[in-house]
Design a protein. Structure first.
Length: 161
């Protein structure tokens, strides 16, 4: 019987050429895939269908970003940043400027959203490593940065309501 384990089990071709599973791009894919899973989990807790659909669009955008990192030769358009900025504005509460750390997760749903927010930050840091070693697009950085801001505002929104 032929083994399904490759001769070099750390090798992968997810980026169009052979590399190791320790490659910064592979790390980024793993973290972004996990973020997408966390976001999809949120859709099962959120009763607002419009917001659930918006979250699914974010997951599609994250998949698109992974494709770009894998080697798809397209520009990450500003329209994605504009859409996340619109979501931030939509869910921003009118709370005063905070002068101390927020205790994340006053409710179960806001706690879950804060987990998603912190993982969005992890993806941003992983992309920084990809960018440093392989190059990339500033617009992806901006999107990932604003994505965590969106989840921060969303968590506060659900704590206030």
């Amino acid at each position: 019987m032929k083994s399904i384990i490759k001769e070099k089990p750390l090798d992968t071709a997810l980026v169009g050429t052979m590399t190791t599973k320790c490659d910064e791009r592979i790390e980024f894919f793993g973290e972004t895939d996990m973020l997408s899973s966390y976001i999809m989990e949120l859709t099962h807790y959120i009763k607002d269908k419009e917001l659930a659909d918006e979250l699914k669009e974010i997951v599609k955008t994250l998949s698109y970003i992974m494709g770009l990192v894998a080697g798809v030769k397209k520009e990450f358009e500003v329209k994605y940043i504009e859409s996340i900025l619109e979501l931030i504005k939509k869910y921003k509460t009118s709370q005063p400027i905070l002068k101390e750390f927020v205790l994340p997760g006053q409710t179960l749903l806001s706690a879950k959203i804060h987990i998603v927010r912190t993982h969005a930050r992890t993806c941003e840091r992983r992309y920084a490593k990809v960018y440093e070693k392989y190059g990339g697009q500033n617009t992806i950085f901006e999107y990932l940065n604003k994505l965590s801001t969106f989840f921060y505002e969303l968590a506060l929104f659900y704590e206030a309501h």
